[in-house]
Design a protein around this ligand. Structure first.
Ligand code: NAD
Length: 487
């Protein structure tokens, strides 16, 4: 029995939020939203088109030009952001239930999402108060001072993995900077985004500052990208979508922040603390159902410990509990959508010809329906394999041996992506050397994916353009305006 009842309070219809009101699409069009544990539709959502985007952008533009949000003292905006954070935290249980039901994430992992989302609001609320505007003095000649201004209406386009938290990662700095926004959440998972309007209204965010249009990427998303009154776009999603958006946005010379896909390496040297590394490398790719951009999905292991590592890793993977998302014992839940599930299963089929299957590779016998896959481990995967090169975005991992430090770095870098990387060794010098040689935006040495919000976040190569995080996010959502004064 895999079916979970629809949790209480879940709407059967999800709407846009434009100028402080819940609305349907002008066209009346809707799309079905599926429960990933059964693939049965549990709600419909308004399917936005260019007309709805026009309305949302007009509302955001009015709120920007008429104020007061962009001109409020930073402290005033920060107060609102802190109230938003409080409210998000208070709704932690509700949010976890919605998120787990809509995305298929294990409930225990969905529980952390509200805390992280709240922290994003707190952090950017504090940061904006502490930020200063620069002045440069040329003695007896000139003073140059810089005025930081919000750019305008920010278009925010987000993916379906940890949707609420990733939305907060864009909403918080955009609002802190004084922008007004139009959010286009992912069509697979529109449920939790419906919470924002209530949270924002309660916290005192003026009407029209936040607008949300649901819909299909190629329709609602594309209309937002093409809208001339949206001068900047923050996008998180697949690399191919990012390229399409860059092409379209180029016609309007829009500001872009692109957080894209990944195929991150975990490099394990023989002198590593193998127990800690095994736990971390398992969590790094199987948590969040493997649907995480920074997943360490390619594990490279020094040959002298390769067989031992592979055996122990596969053993752990086989013991991971796959089950209904709402069950607290579940460690890997249901993948988000049948289309994504089919794509991941195609990679598993490909992998059977490209590597040695050590664990998984099938639907668990006790889960007859829904998007379930047993954690899948392939060993002896060569660098040319598709499962080594391409982002799978599911509970699938490859193991590859290496002989030297140089070969490890070369293998780590031999993919198009460059988002994250993980290095395990007890040799301090080597750890730093390798960490600094891997082509990736973010590296973790003898540790995993814990972030300090002040640090840069972003990828290189096909994993992204631009960095967010800390003051970089505020830089993105503001323009610097310089006044030169002769003395
Ligand atoms: P996706 O690219 O399919 O969709 C992302 C968003 O873009 C959705 O809202 C979608 O509707 C919209 N979209 C699709 N086509 C569009 C178009 N032509 N114009 C405008 N908008 C369009 O990505 P996804 O499948 O939702 O998410 C998974 C991907 O996101 C993975 O590649 C993952 O690595 C990446 N991701 C990256 C990060 C990061 O920070 N680098 C974080 C999370 C996820």
């Amino acid at each position: 029995m895999t079916e979970t009842p629809v949790p209480a309070g879940i709407p059967d219809h999800i709407r846009h939020q434009i100028a402080g009101k819940a609305t349907d699409s002008v066209s009346g069009a809707t799309f079905d939203v599926l429960d990933p544990a059964t693939n049965r539709p549990y709600a419909t959502a308004a399917a936005g088109t260019a007309e709805d985007i026009d309305l949302a952008v007009a509302a955001a533009r009015r709120a920007f030009t008429e104020g007061p949000w962009p001109e409020l003292p930073a402290r005033e905006r920060a107060r609102v952001l802190h109230r938003i954070a409080d409210s998000v935290e208070e709704r932690g249980t509700e949010l976890a239930t919605l998120e787990s039901f809509d995305t298929g994430l294990p409930i225990t992992q969905a529980r952390g999402q509200a805390k992280r989302a709240a922290e994003n609001f707190r952090f950017f609320g504090d940061l904006i108060v502490g930020m200063h505007e620069d002045a440069y003095r040329v003695p007896d000649s000139q003073i140059n001072y810089v005025v930081r201004k919000p750019v305008g209406v920010a278009g925010l386009i987000t993916p379906w993995n940890t949707p609420f938290m990733l939305e907060s990662w864009k909403l918080a700095p955009a609002l802190a900077a004084g922008c007004t926004v139009v959010l286009k959440p992912a069509e697979f998972t529109p449920l939790s985004a419906g919470l924002w309007a209530g949270i924002f209204a309660e916290a005192g965010l003026p009407e029209g500052v936040f607008n949300l249009v649901n819909g299909i990427g190629e329709e609602a998303g594309a209309a937002l990208v093409a809208h001339p009154d949206v001068p900047l776009l923050s996008f998180t999603g697949e690399t191919t979508t990012g390229k399409t958006i860059m092409r379209e946005a180029a016609q309007h010379l829009k500001g872009l922040s692109m957080e894209l896909g990944g195929k991150s390496p975990v490099v394990v040297f023989a002198d590593a603390d193998l127990d800690a590394c095994l736990d971390s490398a398992l969590f790094g790719v199987l948590s969040l159902n493997g649907e995480r951009c920074t997943a360490g999905s390619r594990i490279l292991v020094e040959r002298s410990v390769y067989e031992e590592f592979a055996e122990r890793y596969a053993e752990r993977a086989r013991n991971v509990v796959v089950g209904p998302p709402q069950d607290p014992a579940t460690e890997v839940g249901a993948l988000v959508h049948p289309e994504h599930y089919a794509r991941v299963c195609d990679y598993v089929a490909t992998g059977k010809a490209e590597g040695r299957l050590l664990a998984g590779g099938h639907r668990p016998a006790h889960l007859a329906e829904g998007n379930y896959l047993a954690p899948t481990v392939f060993a002896d995967v060569g660098r040319d394999a598709r499962i080594f090169q391409e982002e799978i975005f599911g509970p699938v991992v490859t193991l590859t041996p290496f002989d030297t430090e140089e070969e490890a770095i070369e293998l780590a870098n031999d993919v198009d992506y460059g988002l994250a990387g993980y290095v395990w060794t007890s040799d301090l010098g080597r750890g730093h050397r390798v960490a600094q040689s891997i082509e990736a935006g973010m590296l973790w040495l003898n540790s995993h994916n814990i972030r300090d919000l002040r640090t840069p976040f972003g990828g290189v190569k096909s994993s992204g353009v631009g960095h967010e995080g800390g003051t970089r996010s505020i830089d993105f959502y503001t323009n610097e305006h310089i006044v030169h004064v002769a003395m």
